[in-house]
Ligand binder design. Sequence first.
Ligand SMILES: C[S@@+](CC[C@H](N)C(=O)[O-])C[C@H]1O[C@@H](n2cnc3c(N)ncnc32)[C@H](O)[C@@H]1O
Length: 215
Amino acid sequence: MEDSIEVMLQEQNSKLLSRYRDNRVLAFAAGAIFSGIYGLWAMFCLPGMKVPFRLKVPFLPSTKEQTENVMKLLEGRQGRLADLGSGDGQLVFAACSAGFQCTGFEINSMLLAYFRGQAWWRGIPHTHATFVKQDFWKTDLSKYTNVVAFLTPAVMADLEVKLLKELPVDARVVVCRFPFPHWPQSCTGGSGLDQVWAYNVSKTRDTDSSLKTHP
Ligand SMILES: C[S@@+](CC[C@H](N)C(=O)[O-])C[C@H]1O[C@@H](n2cnc3c(N)ncnc32)[C@H](O)[C@@H]1O
């Protein structure tokens, strides 16, 4: 009788142990999959470690409608164009086709490699599109008369200050999905998630100086 109880207990223990081992294997596998997915997401979507946390903007591609709306608000314009955080390069490619000399600033190396590969594949010459691995916050943008940005609401006020200091008076800025909090818009296009806003720096300077004279 005692023997059979011992045997039963042993069987019970070994069942529990194997279930525990199975669970550990499952937990380990789930952890590995989660870390892998997070690693891939961070590699493709997050900007470099050097960008301060407050200014971090992840990768989110523009929709086709959003890109078309941006191009409509740039109609009639020409010259140099900067895309601040060019991601997979969709906006740059569209602007290139419209005749702009484009520079895509991108801090994520994986996106930059993809972007450069696409440009090579499409046969876009360097004179029309340059892709630089550069933090746009640390770049002087004074030579650009057209600027496009699809960032996050958290950084738009900082961006207003930077662009107002650096851009020439005839520059136009087009932002996607999140408008500037203080600048007076010149026009807007699209709706919902595809809405974009255009700002003429000349109008913004006028408002800024009138605010300074009549606070
Ligand atoms: C929301 S995505 C926009 C991508 C692209 N412009 C588009 O419209 O499809 C923002 C991009 O900005 C890049 N980025 C964020 N901070 C940056 C910085 N300080 N300098 C350069 N690129 C940056 C991110 O890596 C990401 O690819």
